[in-house]
Every structure is written in structure tokens, then in C-alpha cells.
Write a protein that binds this ligand. Structure first.
Ligand SMILES: [Zn+2]
Length: 546
């Protein structure tokens, strides 16, 4: 019994020691960020820190704490090359956009790519395969995946829960930050008094701190804020930790990012003013609170965040943006009710109906039906639809073209769309639901609000080898241009001398890296097979030597 207690004490002591292991920065260069936790990124919150590396690829990436490499992922988008280290304190550190992994890990990735005959892989490792000490080099900084320049994306997750932890607000990393956030744009929107209100933009303040006039507002309105944070030594526009809106010094709305579980983060479209987000630029946080918003646990609101003016007196709206180090920016507006401000008239060429967010909703018209499941809407909406064009065989459009809802209205879930079409016999698998515009893009049958039709794609993709005097190889890299002008590219497969070789399809380029241990110096035949989303196939071969 006494011995058991001794072991128990030893276990507790070692667990305590591990829990106290301090995270070190993953890079050797001075700490500076181009992105921070909680930035608004249209359909998600940025869930980590983007470490600046001065535009270089290849800097070493260190394990921030001891543990083991539990997972690596390779793919054309997202993290590109991603690496996950599980730590004994219950956290997992994630490193994204890596140029390459440490040699022994890279070897396992390569073996898996050939074994699975896939460029993209997702590999899990046992704790004894790649153990790491704090500070060990595990990879190189890169620019792979959805990255617009060399940097290290790093996040720390709770290993058990699907939540990333805010390490700046926890003070684990301490950049110099004495600068307050900055307001870039403030918009006010009116709500009319229909049972399901329409909303419209009343003010668009692009120099929000320079407004001196009293702003006229309808009786019911809300405000949306574009603000970002600054830190010393970087021009980057970083995350604001907390937004606050007050009316006459009484809090109307507050949102604080906190630690954001990924499942909740997907409700960002009910936090931002979506119609501005769709027009590009940065997102604005809106004070109006939607009933179907899982982020409500980080929101404090009165009157659903609405500015309600019950008299004609001058009132004050105060906006605050606060960063994770407590630096605060404030702007104040004088506002006054003006009941002549009303919603612009509705487009009467559209069909209208009201949809309630907690119901399942459906519309059926001559050749179209659209079904939206319960929980897809964030708020009640006025839904509109219209037939906008007839079939156009010259463009491969087999059905009538339908406008389904207002694409400025965000959805948490897509709906199911059916459009009747005259598909020539034998070509059923070459017909697809297309989003309609200058081009016809593959949409699938589950779609958000937009304009759609059924289109036909019987044309194979095109392959363009970059022929030159040097052939198709540049050093040890091969890049081949591919295109599909209808449904779009689905997959690309490369074979060298008749055997699979991993190649990345990204946008309109297929690229691969020749490795001497896999392809001997000399002359070889490369065959590329490209398939579009309707199953049309193109295949071409070229001889190359390197
Ligand atoms: Zn990032």
C-alpha cells in the first residue's frame, strides 16, 4: 500500500511537471504576426497565429512542447503540408503550409502516397513512432495549401475537443502590443416593420472616426463594424478580441471571440453583415443578433442588438473595439430618429414569401422545386424566386434558368434544388446542376441561394504540356496546364512508365516533383489522365528526360 502511494505521488509529480512545460515559439526569428486568433475570414474565424518569416521559405519549425507527431496531412488546399504534435498536457499543436517535413516523416509520407496512389494523404502515427522533444526541428516553413505567401500557420487545440485555444489572450506568447485597434468602416442598417422585416443600408461610413454630423436613423436599426487590431513591428491587420456597442451608455451588444470550437465558428455568417462580406473586403460584425446563432454564448445583447429610438431626441451610439491585451479604440456618434427613412421598394417582378428560420421551407414552381431544411436559416427571411431565362442549347443549357432566393442572405446549410430538364437520351450522366453566370460552374444538387440551371458537359478537359526546347521538365519539376470549360476538373492522375506517380492538381495546373529514388535519371514516358466532374476524360503522353 505504501509503495502504491509512492508510485501515485511519482505519477502526480511527473504529470504536474509535464503540464507546466512552457511553450516556446516555433521559429528562431523575432516574434511577429501577419494574422492572429479570431480574425473574421468570411466562413470561419482564423483559429491560430500566422508567424511572419520575412518572405523566406525553408526556416526550421520547432516543436513548441514535447510530445509526438500524431498526424500529417498533404493536400493542394487548406494547410497544404500540415503536421500535428500531441502533447501530454492535453493539447495538440498544429503547423500548416509547411514546405516539407523532417526527412524520416517525409519518407513515410512518400511511401503512403505511392501505396495509396494519391497525392493527398492523411496519416496517423502511434506515440512511439515520431516522439519529439521541445525545440526539435519537425519541418520547414513553406507556402503550401491555401497560403498567399511564406508564413507559418500555428494553432493549439484541445486534443479531445474540437476547439482551438487563444494563446495570445492567455499570454503564452507576448508580442509587443501597445497599439489600440482601428475602425475602418461602420455601417448602419434600417429594419422596416413588416412581420418579417426587410433591412437596408442607411449609412456607409468609410472614415468612421471623422463623422461630426448627427446621423439620421429609422426607428429601428442596427450597426456593423469593421475594425482590426495593430501590433508594433507589423503592418498586418489583426484580430479584434471584443466588440461593444452601447446606446446612451447602456450596453446594447458585445461579442467576444474566446476559444472558438470549429462547429460554432461555422456560424460566423450570422455574426457578420453577409451582404458586405460577399462584396469582398473585410467582414463587419453586426449588432443585430439572429435567433439561430450558436455564437450566442459569446454575445451579450439587449433588444436583439437593435438600436430602437422611441423619441426624436438626440441619442449617442458608442462603439468599442478591444484587443487581447486590453488596448481599446472608441468612436461615438450622435443619432436622431427620422421616420421618413423607409426601406426601398421590393422588386415586384420577383415572387415573394416569408420563411421562418425554425421551420423547414419549400417552394415549387412550374419546372423547379427547392427545399431548405430546418436550421438552414439564421433568421426569418423574405424569400424570393423567379424564372429568368429559357433553355439555351447553344450554351449547353438544358433547363429553364431559376433565381433561387437572394444570394446576399447567408445559409448555415444548403437546400435541395430540382429543375426539370430535357436531357438527350444516353447523356444523363453528362448533365449537371450549374450555377448560372458568364460561366456555368458545377453546383451539385445541394445549393445555397443563387441562380441555377441544368447544363450539359460532353467535352473532355484539355491538356497543355509546356513544350519548349528544354522539354517538359524544369529542374526536377514538371508543371502541366489543364482546363475544363464546362463542369470543371475533378481529378488528375500521372503515370511514369505506366506506374502511378503522385501529382498535385491545383486550379489549372498539375505539378509533380521528380525524385531520383523513384525515377532514375534518363528517358521516361509520362501519361496524364484528367477527368472532369461529368466523367469526361482526356489522356496524353509525353516522353521526357532529366
Ligand atoms: Zn493562418
Amino acid at each position: 500500500m505504501k509503495r502504491l502511494a509512492g508510485i501515485l505521488v511519482a505519477l502526480l509529480v511527473s504529470a504536474g511537471a509535464l503540464a507546466q512545460e512552457k511553450a516556446i515559439p516555433p521559429l528562431d526569428v523575432p516574434m511577429s504576426f501577419s494574422g492572429t486568433y479570431g480574425e473574421l475570414r468570411h466562413d470561419h474565424f482564423h483559429s491560430g497565429l500566422d508567424w511572419r518569416v520575412g518572405g523566406r521559405i525553408g526556416d526550421p519549425v520547432h516543436a513548441i512542447k514535447s510530445g509526438y507527431v500524431a498526424r500529417v496531412t498533404v493536400g493542394p488546399w487548406g494547410y497544404g503540408n500540415g503536421l500535428y504534435i500531441v502533447h501530454p498536457d492535453g493539447t495538440t499543436s498544429v503547423y500548416g503550409h509547411l514546405n516539407c517535413f523532417r526527412d524520416d516523416i517525409a519518407k513515410r509520407v512518400e511511401e503512403a502516397q505511392f501505396a495509396e496512389e494519391s497525392f493527398s494523404v492523411d496519416l496517423r502515427f502511434a506515440p512511439d513512432e515520431f516522439p519529439v522533444e521541445r525545440g526539435d526541428i519537425v519541418a520547414q516553413v513553406g507556402n503550401t495549401g491555401s497560403s498567399a505567401g511564406p508564413h507559418l500557420h500555428m494553432e493549439i487545440r484541445d486534443t479531445e475537443e474540437d476547439v482551438s485555444l487563444n494563446y495570445l489572450s492567455r499570454g503564452v506568447y507576448k508580442p509587443v502590443d501597445k497599439s489600440a485597434p482601428q475602425f475602418h468602416r461602420v455601417c448602419f442598417y434600417g429594419l422596416d416593420s413588416l412581420p418579417v422585416p426587410d433591412t437596408w443600408r442607411v449609412h456607409n461610413l468609410t472614415h468612421p472616426t471623422e463623422v461630426r454630423d448627427t446621423l439620421k436613423l429609422p426607428a429601428r436599426s442596427y450597426v456593423a463594424i469593421d475594425a482590426t487590431d495593430r501590433q508594433e513591428g507589423t503592418n498586418a491587420k489583426l484580430a479584434v478580441e471584443e466588440y461593444r456597442v452601447s446606446l446612451d451608455d447602456s450596453l446594447l451588444f458585445a461579442f467576444k471571440v474566446g476559444d472558438m470550437p470549429a462547429a460554432k465558428g461555422r456560424y460566423i455568417k450570422s455574426l457578420i453583415e453577409y451582404r458586405e462580406s460577399r462584396r469582398g473586403g473585410r467582414d463587419l460584425v453586426k449588432s443585430r443578433v439572429d435567433p439561430n446563432n450558436l455564437l450566442a454564448d459569446r454575445i451579450t445583447a439587449r433588444d436583439d442588438g437593435l438600436i430602437i429610438l422611441g423619441d426624436d431626441a438626440v441619442h449617442q451610439v458608442r462603439l468599442e473595439a478591444i484587443d487581447e491585451h486590453g488596448n481599446r479604440a472608441t468612436v461615438r456618434y450622435r443619432v436622431r430618429r427620422d421616420e421618413s427613412l423607409v426601406a426601398p421598394p421590393r422588386d415586384t417582378t420577383l415572387n415573394w414569401t416569408s420563411w421562418l428560420w425554425y421551420m423547414q421551407n419549400m417552394v415549387a414552381d412550374s419546372t423547379m422545386s427547392y427545399f431548405l431544411p430546418a436550421g438552414a436559416l439564421y433568421n426569418h427571411i423574405n424569400f424570393s424566386w423567379k424564372k429568368i431565362a429559357d433553355p439555351d442549347p447553344s450554351r449547353g443549357i438544358l433547363s429553364e434558368v431559376w433565381q433561387i432566393g437572394d444570394p446576399d442572405i447567408p445559409l448555415q446549410l444548403p437546400g435541395e434544388l430540382e429543375i426539370a430538364a430535357d436531357v438527350p437520351e444516353g447523356l444523363e450522366d453528362k448533365a449537371y446542376m450549374a450555377s448560372y453566370g458568364k460561366t456555368l460552374d458545377y453546383a451539385g444538387v445541394r445549393v445555397r441561394f443563387g441562380t441555377y440551371c441544368v447544363a450539359l458537359d460532353t467535352i473532355a478537359p484539355t491538356i497543355r504540356f509546356q513544350d519548349s526546347k528544354a522539354g517538359i521538365v524544369n529542374g526536377s519539376t514538371i508543371r502541366i496546364r489543364v482546363a475544363d470549360d464546362a463542369s470543371g476538373l475533378e481529378s488528375a492522375r500521372v503515370e511514369i512508365d505506366g506506374k502511378f506517380y503522385p501529382a498535385m492538381l491545383r486550379g489549372s495546373v498539375v505539378s509533380l516533383e521528380l525524385k531520383e529514388n523513384r525515377v532514375k535519371r534518363g528517358s521516361h514516358i509520362l501519361t496524364l489522365t484528367v477527368t472532369d466532374l461529368c466523367g469526361n476524360v482526356a489522356r496524353e503522353s509525353r516522353t521526357f528526360s532529366y
